[in-house]
Ligand binder design. Sequence first.
Ligand code: ZN
Ligand code: ZN
Length: 913
Amino acid sequence: MGKNEVSTLFSSDPDKYYRVSLFDRLGFKRNKCISCEKFFWSLVDKNTCPDHEAYNFIGNPPTNKRLDYIGAWKETEKYFQSHGHSITRRYPVVCRWRDDLYYTIASIVDFQRIMNNKVIFELPSNPLVVPQICLRFNDVENVGVSGRHYTSFCMIGQTCNADAPGGYWKDKCIDLDFGLLTNVLGIKPEEITFVEDIWIGAGAFGSSLEYFVRGLELGNAVFTEFEGDENNYRIMKNKIIDMGAGLERFSWITMGTPTSYDCSFGSVIKYLENSIGIQKDESFLSNYFKFVSRKFNMIEDDSSDKIIKLKKSIAHEMGVTFEHLQKIVSPYEAIYTIADHTRTLLFAISDGSLPSNVGGGYNLRILLRRVLSIIERFKWNIKIEDLIDTHVGYLKNMFPELEENKSEIYTILNLESERYESTRQRMNDIASTIRENGKQLNVDDLIRLYESDGITPDFLKEVNVITEIPSNFYVKLSELHNINQKPLYIPTIEGLEGLSPTRLLYYEDSSLREFDAQILKIKGNYVILDQTSFYPRGGGQEPDKGLIGDARVQEVIKQGDIVLHKVENLSSLSEGIMIKCKLDDARRESITKHHTATHILNSSARNTLGSWIWQNSAFKDVNYGRLDITHHSALNKEEVERIEKTANEIVMKNLDVNIKEYERGESEQKFSFRIYQGGVVPSNKVRIVNISNFDIEACGGTHVNRTGDIGLIKILKSERIQDGVVRLEFVAGQAAINHIKNQDRNVSFISQSLGSSKEKLTDSFKKHLDESEKLRTKIKILLRKTSPILAKSISHNSTQITPEGVKLYTIFDDELDEEFHIVVGEKSITLDPFLIYISLIPQGEGIRVIVFVGEAARKYGINAGKIAKIFSVNLGGSGGGDFKFGQGGGKFKDKIEEVLNYSEMYVKDTIKR
Ligand SMILES: [Zn+2]
Ligand SMILES: [Zn+2]
């Protein structure tokens, strides 16, 4: 069965799947749409479903109340609370609890956890309502244009487990929603239509009833009833009600404004109108957007100018010119887009996501660049900071947490804006090249331009390189970026069925180094014990090593509940025997210290740099550790020192490291989603590692008992490894002491070589510097005195290459440096004006080219710069200069001989040109 078959199955038995008690009580009748054949329920006779209706509530709302965005939420909240629902605070828009999503895309996602490739539902209370901000980036180009599309919106999530205490099923759900529409919003029952639909999600599906008023879908009540797929399913033990309604639409239906944007951003629209200095032509816009509502879904054209076509046809029906329509509509589309995009940035950055070119962060960068481009295009005077401030001022009535992170949001947005401004010159150059070529850009070209040069199509529109943005640009781009990282490849060992889970001794007593165990099974080179203290590879922590009997353990992995030990030599082992096992103690100690140090460094970095710091990944080995953090820029020396200082203060405070298991829901509520630094925990019990409230993470690794056990943390290096990610390499414990010892040894070696003591090293180093400086001066004097003699011999040893007497001297010199050849070369051409002096000098990984041409030779058109260029190009590099002096270089050392052999030809080539 596919989606259509499920739909047919449900529709063929409406009494079972769709008929709720409300329909019978009030006399709702089931109709079939003559246009699209969908089934729907209404009190009045209708031929067509609401999909074909224009938004007649615009300018004429069907409610007895006018509710702005916050007002609509307050009424909804009060209503559900009085009907026994608890109100859950919104979850972060950055979906830390699911590996397969960057952002929270629906309210039900809050309560979904993936275990063994299966979605399970965990509700913090039953029933509940959550005002969940959802981020979706698949309709970016419709935002601001359609009147109803957003990149972020608030989904009112009415959720319950039907089979748990407090739960209810279809009848009560629809009763409640109907009550909300009629009693709270004051909509007449005959205005409401319920449309039959189905919903298929990851591993579960069910029927659903969408409810509409005057063509506008207000909500969708999904009855998740079956688990499995369409071909193989059973009724769920805990059926789920998942009703999602758009808060923006609740407000819109009561206000009847031209678009839902007009009533969903508080004073932001007014603020924008004021700073731009325009006034809304309310009746024109109302009229226009009523047309849009009817026609928007009907355009199936995928061409880049589909919006233009739509507008032209509307202009025609409204009896105005297209230009007149554009003049009124396009500034408002821009205002709406700016309002939407900045609100999305506000939520995403506040919840810890950074604009970048990777992962979900790319969406944020593109939104901000769109906003800046639009402002630039209209030459408006709008400050992003003021805009964010206006958003927060309004939204804090619903989401007070936004106020806390305001200054950090400014920091990130200002930094990103500056970055964008600084690349504009280069973007302008590229744009004018495209314009000169006159090439028509397709979607793939635009994607390449964004990927390689960060040029958004909005910018190209701004500078008139393209007229419209292809409607599938954002869809294609997001497909490209939604690829999730693949996990490290771990071979699957077959034939473990029937084995009981390994008892994990490392969790029971982390100090245990020797233990007895029974060998349950040997599979290839893998040994399975009934219990083990060997920590398996996982969460960036390297595995333990040691001995099982006298067999050396090379690798330890965990597959499901079973720990597998890979050993070198199996000869002394056999299934069933009891055996003594012993861990490499120093290795475990060192890895454990590096591991705990990653926790400390992560929180130290966050305290030092800002709230956007999250662990991106980590690696804990015996000799060093590595922590990758999410940060917008490379770190400077002071920042690294401050992080290291904070970390060592925590070490010295000798804080308690407390490890305790919690129910997953409880730990999330108690400690927030910050616990998921190392990614998602695939079990309903969560092991919380709490360093005296300085750092709290869900983690399955090995940790010290007190921070003082680490001894010392030393950061060796920091490096920006990709856009938005900075890597810290560090050593801790014995490895840190070894590192310092090594440095000390190096210092001793240097001081001995200088004939000094370590204490006086700086002084004697300075002395040596002075001495070598004096030597250099002496050499220069010597060179000046001897260069006339050298120049004379060079002139003698040169070859005449033209009848007029031009002479060529080439030399490859791996003993003397560039400075020498500059002095000697110049002297030689002064002495012999017919001379061309060319030297090739090895330098680092490459070769330097120095060319001088004497005054007489220059008269025959011989140019030092041209010669330097041709030599350098043949050496795989570049060069240039003027008639007298040329320089350059290349990297192909193996070409030196060839170049020297052809030098006469090269020189003559330059004259011909
Ligand atoms: Zn229809
Ligand atoms: Zn840990």
